[in-house]
Design a protein around this ligand. Sequence first.
Ligand code: NAP
Length: 287
Amino acid sequence: MKTIDGKQLAANLRAEIAEGVRKLKEEKGVTPGLAVILVGDNPASVSYVTAKEKACVEAGMYSREIRLPGTTSEDELVKLVGDLNSDPAIHGILVQLPVPKHIRDKAVIDAISPEKDVDGFTPVNVGRMLIGEKCFLPCTPHGIIKLIEFAGMDIRGKHAVVIGRSNIVGKPFAALLSRKETNATVTLCHTGTPDISKFTREADIVVVAAGRPNTVTGDMLKPGAVVIDVGVNRIPDATRPKGFRLVGDADFESCSKVAGAITPVPGGVGPMTITMLLWNTLEAARG
Ligand code: NAP
């Protein structure tokens, strides 16, 4: 069984991206700029945006950190995004989700110019992805494809089972895998699927993005399957300095006895999501 080292793959790709940034500065005088907006102080969101900003600076990019109070109105946020859309120093705009409940996700996402939508969340980018046009691919699904390839698997002709149908992971990942280039056969499971294990036992690739620990256990897998664990769940743990530890949606111990390869949590999908954000920001700056 192989543990798929997302940190290592992320480091390899980030070195390539940093080289791309250096060349773009030298040849065109352009520094890729990413604006990261955080509304409120949700602890998980604070740690995600901090990691994104740090990665951006390490790659030689310009990072503009915009932290707003939880009381910020939808109109104020939409206006800010509009200003960033026309700011030439900014090539990518990221609004960390979830935003507070009084702000509609949709209003914020719709406000981002598709040309600066480095998360790949706007309807225009999602539509372009579905019909196979050039677009910003959503970061987590794009990173997962890279991880599966890094694990040494040729995705073409394989059967992939995706658990979870969110707009940011499950649905776009299923769509990406079923494109002609990737050519996988995809089964998309969710809470309406009566017996998920019936499908996972047939799968060469199992991707779980359910937000629930132990959604996939070893007895649900075909021997040798590649398991990609997207979940990030905080479990109270008094022995840890922060009082919690992170676990994924797959039970690593039982899955690792049956799988051919599996991503750890942390250190699997997370670093790749941030890396693909840098990738898209560099692409946006190249124009
Ligand atoms: P989400 O919006 O939390 O939705 C969860 C999805 O999983 C829903 O489609 C739900 O089905 C399905 N689901 C939940 N429990 C299930 C079960 N027992 N059996 C089958 N399906 C089940 O999804 P998300 O935003 O994609 O997040 C999922 C997890 O990934 C979270 O832990 C999140 O923190 C993590 N995440 C990690 C990264 C990263 O970079 N590492 C990025 C994004 C998300 P219904 O639609 O039927 O309700």
